[in-house]
Design a binder for this molecule. Structure first.
Ligand SMILES: [Zn+2]
Length: 747
């Protein structure tokens, strides 16, 4: 079984009683002796919540049953936290059945051959749940799943088993899978998704969570933030019942790393860190995420986040319109409204391609417009390149606004439903964005390209349980990394120690503070910004530039002026200090050529080694082309020299012992043009074109000289205490990469 990260182990130890010890062996098969042991040992630790949680018990079990594993995996179009069982298998854990208990869970079967769904090769499987005690064993649930013969079985079944007749009894809940045809059924597995007996109900002190992020929603297109057009009547109404944070900022101008920053409460997030959701799993709070943006599920269900107890109980993602997301969220809500829940939604309808429903489009577009922009718009590149005139731009902005209005109308449906279910008061509601959108404010379009206000200033509306602090406006600067600790605090749940953000708190502290943002992604220049009071400094590594703005005198950042006196130096020092964490796994290289021809280099990594998805450009611009698997990078640049930076991911899968990168000269065929590779500060020459990134030869305290060669190409590579980011996950699925490319995220 995958080891449980320490933070999760701690959390499990806190909430889940250790029901077995080394000498007890399997409780399931020890009969009366086991029951005696349970009655004397197990219930000395009274479980708080939940009364029973199979995933937590299996994940925390030091002696898990054979063929039984807690995982977060995708099946039938949904990613769920589940106990996966091969056929045959069984796992049982003690339970004392409370009054009015309901065992709630999902179940599905899946047949995988070399990671390909192959239902036609599977045999029927039987899944049963038993209740065992001294008076015997009884089946309390049974389902037979025939993936081969019944296409309707290729799905998740969401079940509720009424345990009313077992109230007060102590025994074992035993989950079992079996099949008549054992050998051939071996390819099948059964997923039991989060079987739990949950008793907690929401209250003002232990509220539900409805957390919504809207992709690309800039604050100044929200009515509550002064926009004159009717984009957000629902959000505006909610802000009157809650708190409006007038100066809320995303820590990055694109989904990655903004959403990871929000979920990990870390400025430089890694997939090894605990998430906002960890306390939900620990407390047995049913949770679900409905998401349209392929990056987010990738990030929430990979690396350590795929370990039990997982991130959300389930993640449903895809090309979902705001209607689809809302329909599915409301269906899930109906199934979970009786218990305290945590629900996360991410809407993409204000992101290009714009295709708002006609109903909302007609509210915003000028009917007299006669130009090239139609009822939908997807030409990001043309828009960024200045292809559209003022009238066209107005039409494009109207389509953006109509998308916002569409999302707002769906949020209204959600809020109405909470009210009609009488759980609105007991629900903490948080609405924000992952970043804004540039609409030619600085001559460009889309997001990720800069750290100006239009990309960082986002709405943040919080409706506290019972409407506390109703109508309040907070002027203090708050940021994305504050969301997770604040949400958990408002829910009266503990925050993981690793969180860096501040709890905005019930007192809503007004003390001034710095704000830091970062923009680092393969196709974008690397930029960092720091804001203190009205002063903002933006550093661009790519262009080796620093810009400064006085946001009070110049809120649109039209006139770059560095502040006078020592302020600039102080801000630069503090900005570099803030990102010093990045100095661990960054590499830099410099390439120069003998003649005037363009240099073409290809870098490729060993399977366990670096992915180049985190690379950044520096020095003179070259052309970068990344292979679909992220492991091969072609670089073209001038012979006068260019440089770039890349990083290894923190994930252990990318930090193998053989961390090899190979270099080749793509113009070398048939020519006697040697590729010379110099390593680290010493300039030691690499014997081969393959370099081990763990080699001590690569160390260099500063940028080493890289001479222009007499013949061929000179490549200098060093492990530099510069900066790196580790936010991008590997993307193995070609179809997914295609979708991300269509969204403009990768080239
Ligand atoms: Zn986004």
């Amino acid at each position: 079984m995958t080891p449980i990260p320490p933070h999760k182990r701690r959390a499990l130890g806190k909430n889940f009683p250790r029901l077995r010890s080394d000498h007890s062996g399997s409780c399931l098969w020890m009969g009366l002796a086991c029951l005696l042991w349970m009655s004397t040992t197990a219930w000395a630790v009274v479980p708080t919540v939940p009364a029973f949680d199979l995933v937590g018990l299996v994940a925390g079990d030091e002696q898990p049953q054979k063929n039984v594993e807690a995982v977060m995996r995708g099946a039938h179009g949904q990613t769920r936290t589940a106990v996966r069982m091969k056929i045959p298998a069984a796992a049982g854990y003690p339970v004392k059945v409370p009054e009015n208990a309901i065992l709630q869970f999902g179940i599905s079967a899946s047949a995988l051959v070399f990671a390909v769904e192959s239902p036609e090769l599977s045999q029927p499987v039987t899944a049963r749940i038993w209740f065992d005690d001294e008076s015997g064993s009884e089946v309390i649930y049974q389902r037979r799943i025939k993936l081969k013969d019944r296409s309707e079985d290729r799905t998740w079944f969401d079940e509720k088993v009424d345990l009313g007749k077992l109230a007060g009894r102590s025994g074992t809940l035993r989950f079992e899978t079996s099949s008549e045809v054992v050998e051939e059924a071996e390819i099948s597995v059964v997923y039991w998704s989060t079987p739990r007996i949950t008793q907690t109900r929401a209250s003002l002190d232990s509220p539900n969570l409805l957390f919504i992020t809207i992709d690309c929603l800039r604050a100044d297109h929200v009515g509550a933030y002064g926009y004159p057009h009717p984009t957000t009547p629902t959000i505006d109404g909610l802000s009157e019942k809650g708190i409006r944070f007038a100066h809320a900022y995303a820590n990055a101008p694109m989904t990655l790393p903004s959403i990871p920053q929000i979920f990990t409460s870390q400025l430089f997030p890694s997939r090894d860190e605990p998430l906002l959701t960890a306390p939900f799993s620990d407390a047995g709070i049913p949770s679900a995420a409905f998401i349209n943006n392929a990056w987010i599920p990738l990030w929430l269900s990979q690396g350590a986040h795929a370990d039990p107890p997982g991130t959300f109980d389930r993640i449903i993602s895809g090309a979902l319109t705001a209607d689809n997301i809302t329909d599915q969220a409301l269906a899930w809500l109906s199934d979970h409204e009786q218990h305290r829940f945590a629900l996360y939604l991410h809407f993409l309808d204000a992101h290009t391609p714009y295709r708002p429903p006609a109903r909302w489009r007609d509210v915003f577009v000028d009917k007299n417009y006669r130009g090239p922009v139609g009822d939908t718009f997807k030409d990001d590149k043309g828009a960024a390149a200045g292809k559209y005139n003022a009238a066209d731009q107005k039409k494009i902005i109207a389509l953006y606004d109509a998308g916002i209005r569409y999302i707002d109308s769906q949020i209204d449906r959600l809020l109405q439903e909470l009210k009609s279910k009488k759980i609105f008061d007991d629900t903490l509601i948080v609405i924000s964005a992952d970043h804004g959108e540039e609409l030619w404010d600085h001559g460009s379009f889309f997001h990720g390209q800069s750290l100006y206000e239009e990309l960082l200033h986002i709405p943040l509306i919080v409706k506290l349980p019972g409407g506390a602090e109703s109508g309040r406006v907070v002027e203090r600067t708050v940021q994305g990394i504050d969301l997770a600790p604040s949400i958990l605090d408002w829910m009266n749940l503990p925050s993981p120690d690793q969180f860096q953000g501040e709890k905005l708190g019930r007192t809503l502290d007004q003390t001034p503070r710095d704000f830091i943002a970062t923009a680092t992604q393969a196709q974008f220049p690397t930029r960092y910004a720091i804001r203190r009071g009205h002063t903002k400094i933006v550093e661009s590594l790519n262009a080796a530039e620093v810009e400064g703005y006085d946001l009070e005198a110049d809120p649109r950042e039209a006139n770059a002026t560095l502040p006078e006196g020592t302020t600039t130096a102080e801000l630069m020092r503090d900005l570099r200090q803030a990102r010093s964490i990045l100095r661990e796994r960054g590499f830099q290289m410099q390439v120069t050529g003998a003649d005037n021809r363009e240099i073409e280099i290809e870098m490729s990594s060993a399977p366990v080694s670096a992915t180049f998805l985190t690379l950044d450009r520096r020095g003179e611009k070259g052309v970068l082309q990344l292979s679909p698997d992220g492991r091969r990078l072609q670089i073209r640049g001038p012979a006068t020299g260019f440089g770039l930076r890349f990083d290894r991911l923190k994930d252990s899968n990318n930090l193998g012992n053989r961390d090899l990168v190979a270099f080749s000269d793509r113009n070398a065929a048939g020519k006697n043009t040697p590729l010379r590779i110099s390593l680290g500060a010493s300039g030691k020459r690499s014997d081969a074109a393959t370099v081990d990134l763990n080699s001590a030869d690569l160390e260099s305290p500063s940028e080493p000289p890289c001479d222009k060669p007499e013949r061929g190409i000179h490549l200098c590579l060093w492990h530099y205490p510069g900066e790196k980011v580790s936010a991008l996950p590997e993307i193995k699925d070609p179809a997914l990469r295609e979708r991300l490319r269509a969204l403009g995220y990768i080239q």
